[in-house]
Design a protein around this ligand. Structure first.
Ligand code: FNR
Length: 185
């Protein structure tokens, strides 16, 4: 079973981003186990905790969980043209100690969304910048920017049109192909 960690960049109860993540989870075939990993309990990153080995239990649990995953799917809204702090904090927590980063060589996919026209482009690319530094191979094409997300979801949080579903399926298939290439490497 290939385990995919799904990290969602919003804590909002009715988050569109989480709804998108759940739709995408449903598009993975059997043999893949995508799971939303909670990041809301992670204390803010503080280098002292690593340097003095006084690690919050939540960090250790998160790092262990992430190490067991084969790949990571990031689904994010945009905050102030960038990555929401909650998601950046999880990335920072997982990145240290540097030699033991949970991200290194882990295939990644990025989906951004927004209720507005710009589709979270800024968040998507700031996230991409961090993942390049963290040495994660990333799905390059198709890039997934979901603009006007409220028009794409029905009242049950399901994507309401076949062309978006097909597009996301193409993205998932490409992500799986990338994961397969790294599993074999
Ligand atoms: C936003 N929002 C927003 N939207 C956008 O397209 N670009 C942006 O830069 C921002 N900036 C921003 C900052 C902060 C602090 C908040 C709270 C919101 C609006 C945002 O896209 C909207 O609230 C979404 O609904 C957030 O995603 P979830 O929570 O629905 O997943």
């Amino acid at each position: 079973m290939t385990k995919i960690a799904v990290l969602v960049g919003s804590l909002r109860k009715e988050s569109y981003t989480r709804k998108v993540a759940k739709n995408v989870i449903d598009l993975f075939p059997s043999g893949y186990d995508p799971e939303i990993i909670p990041i809301d309990d992670l204390p803010l990153y503080n280098q002292d905790f690593d340097d003095e080995n006084t690690l919050p239990e939540e960090w250790t649990t998160f790092r262990e969980k992430m190490k067991q995953c084969d790949a990571v799917l990031f689904v994010t809204p945009e905050y102030n043209r960038s990555v929401p702090g909650i998601l950046k904090n999880a990335i920072d927590v997982g990145s240290r100690p540097m030699a033991d980063s949970v991200w290194k060589k882990k295939p990644a996919g990025i989906i951004s969304n927004s209720p507005k026209n710009l589709s979270g482009f800024g968040a998507n690319h700031h996230l991409r910048q961090s993942l390049v530094f963290l040495d994660m191979p990333i799905v390059q094409q198709p890039e997934v920017y979901l603009a006007n997300i409220t028009t794409l979801l029905d009242e049950n949080g399901k994507i309401n049109n076949e062309s978006t579903i097909q597009f996301l399926q193409t993205f998932v298939d490409t992500f799986i192909d990338l994961i397969g290439r790294y599993e074999k490497a």
